[in-house]
Design a protein. Sequence first.
Length: 572
Amino acid sequence: MAIKKVLFNTMLALVFLATLASCTPAPAAAPQVIKQTVVVQGTPQVIEKLVTPVAETVNKEGGVLTWGILVEPTGFNPILNDSWTELYPIQFDSEPLTWGGENYPTTLTPQLAESWEKSSDGLTWTIQLRQNVKWHDGSPFTADDVVFWGQSLQDPDLPANWFNHRFFTGDEPYAFEKVDENTVKITTKEPVPNLLNLICVPLIPAKYFKDNNLSAADMANDPFNTQGNIGTGPFKFSEYKRGEAVTLVRYDEYWRGKPYLDKIVYRIIPDPQAMVTAVQNGEVDWAYIQPTNVAQLVGDPNVNVHVFKFDGLRGLDVNTKKPMLADKRTRQAMTYSLDRQAMINSTVLGYGDIADSPFNPVVSAYEPLPQYAYDPEKARQLLAEVGWKPGADGILVADTVQGVPKGTKFHIVITLYDSSDQTGAVIQSYFKAVGIDSEIQVQDFGSWIGENAGKDPKPYDIATAAGAFFGADAGSYGTLYAAGSYADTRMGYFNQEVQDLFDKARIAKDQAEADTYYKQAAKILWDELPNIPTFWPNIIYASTKRVHIEETEVNTSLLSLFTYPEKLWVEK
């Protein structure tokens, strides 16, 4: 349930001059009451707040915004890292050719690419780059950077990531060619109508890597990744104190204009309750919060709570190569065993919607599919069909399960990325009710990636997929379902029929044709369940009342949230 906030503060030059010229102070704007709908302990409530408009003559420039983050960033090279925490600073300091695609807004818009055109056969894209853009080290942004960036993402020695497959058609890499300093051509083996959506990964400066003689294999351990990158965005890296904070400072030569803020400090606070306290004390200005914190904060006169729907997913990644989990009926049984509405109510206090497709509703290929209703008896029947029998203690034991020795207990490990995530314990109880024994392991996402990315087989059993972001194009889901091989998909799944459908969609003549293939793929994925979608959550943030976001164009498809972060400002 999105909270609509009425915020005021447009600076008008004429009003400013008139106020300076007048000896009589302008009358203060009258406070207004706004109504916010929130969910408190699972029940929708309407809260009234008194809001005083900001004076039109206020100076928006300067000041520091402290942004609380719960997890230590994995790294800062945007072609290596695509996770929750590091994308906050990365999306403030680095930019792609276009916004639009995974982790980016649902509408394709120019960024470092100013314009583009496609050849009549659909094989060649000619991209005009934005001129007079500078990297944070002062060097110009040119076509050389785009060619180097594209080829780096295709380099087999680049440490594993989840999006390099989007720079290929099958095994054939896109050809990046410099036409002149401000023009690039990208040629593909087959037409790729959504190419600019697929390649919306922030760019990196060729000069830095060439001057330092760094190969793709060197990138993960280089200071560019471990200490702070060089981008073209409105803020630039200043300092990284591990375990404490990441600091960005204003980039005065930003191509869209000088930002309002002097500095953004991403303060690392691993304890969610300590984060809430920091917001209430004014030590942190903006932070992601849990649904359990809403009731505590919504009545605080110095805090604003922001609740948004977004294109995310809560679910379970399932390692389909593990013998206990290989039969799709087992994964279907697991889904039937979950009371997903009760999970929404208990784990996120009602801030979410039951998933009824592999694709989020923001995706044009989305269509609702038959639900896996809560049905423990159906789950037990399917598990019996697979060859599991209840043991003396109620835990299932393999009898005729293919690939599992007779007498083996059904025991799995559920990996969580966040120790405060209550989902694991709830899932554990539902699984136990149908005879599946499990234990919970907490592991940070970066370590999990290191152990599983590009591996065949992968060591994990089941992992909670929380906060996964996707764009308007279903092709973004290729990292989950159709990245070319078992090793390359995030959870470890490969079905040639699904792969073929995604490949056809990628070269379809338009989005409508592509969606016909995606919808076919969705039905197969909904049957096979390599990822068990549980629900689509809301995303909730808290801010001090000194923070102003009205000019930023909030878009929750951006992990950084703000289309125009340079327009963030704070009251001094």
